[in-house]
Design a protein around this ligand. Sequence first.
Ligand code: DI6
Ligand code: FE
Length: 437
Amino acid sequence: MSSNPQPSQPVDHLFRHARLATLVADDTRPSNGPSNGPSYRPGYGLIDDGALAVRDGRIVWLGSDATLPRFTARQETDCQGQLLTPGLIDCHTHLVWGGDRFQEFEMRLEGVAYEEIARRGGGIVSTVRATRQASEQALYEAALERLRCLSAEGVTTVEIKSGYGLDVASECRLLRVARRLGEQQPVRVRTTFLGAHAVPPEFAGRADDYMDLVVGDMLEAVVDEGLADAVDAFCEGIAFSPSQVERLFLAAKPHGLQLKLHAEQLSNLGGSALAARHGALSADHLEYLDEAGVEAMAAAGSVAVLLPGAFHFLRETQRPPVELLRRHGVPIALATDLNPGSSPLYSLLTALNLGCLLFNLTPTEALLGVTRHAAQALGLDDEIGSLEVGKRADLALWGVTEPAALMGQLGFNPCRGRYLDGRLCWVGEADAPGERP
Ligand code: DI6
Ligand code: FE
């Protein structure tokens, strides 16, 4: 054994004395042991008094602080025993829109159903009218304010859908705003083309004709400008049928676009099974999903993205089949579904709380749902979503020690730091202490 000291390795940022929630493995669960003893910490992959080193934006080492190799760090953060998690991932939002829908909130409370409002020409289509009138800059500024709410709670990656333009120029405008947020703000953005969100007024009663436009000129414009990473559709009685959705999937796949689907939100049309057959990354909502759909998702490895905000705002009573999803090993993600109609929810921490209390998710499942499984729902699980050597150093530092404190309280934001590629930064704050990555 050599007595020479190890040479010191240069790193950019060293986090020390953190309670790391790696979300990688269940390294504290006693094998065959009790599942409810006082020391039981299920599945967070906790490392108490841990350290994590970052070089070139990636995690290069993590483990117990006591076993820290010799590093020379340009920057060091003493986490004082507090929780350090992967940066949170909101894998389903409709962040860019114009106008608001609070009159519809009132209508629903006066007894008019969400679907009825849509049939009367309100709902999604009313946001489309307001969005078409808004300038790109106005849309950007409104979206930035919303994004800031998410990032203040430790969100480092956001998926943003179009779907409130519904003509070629307006859909492209929404996706351009989403792309620009990712370029100009310290946040990772994935964009999804949702031209098949609703039938716009000028195509009323002609959904197939509108679908011709979506799979034709609209998709072509989106692809030509490189505006989308994925496509999505609303598969529902008030929107598009499974065969219309299939046309979109078949048109999108040759362009290398990933597939996602709003499915089984208000009724069961078999959308999730269709999406799974086409290898979709995820099916989202899923309140009316049946076991056949769950089996199809399990076979395809699709993620079930649950959206308790929409469930809450629509006062839905049918819960997604969480027990079936567990039994068949379908990964569950949670997201805000942030949109002006069914889910004006600007808080992923609240979505965690609602996921636990309304859908019976365990706190571990909930945290996995906004980290590892959310990364999987975006096809980014090789890059983000857990603390592992080689992954990007997207991190959230919290002023708490217990992971359950992230979802076990409401209206208190414990986020103390948000790091993208290992650098401290906040969306919308030009003079934040960290530089822009
Ligand atoms: N389902 C939803 O919950 C959102 N879109 C969708 O397909 C709602 C969109 C809205 O009401 O504006
Ligand atoms: Fe949605």
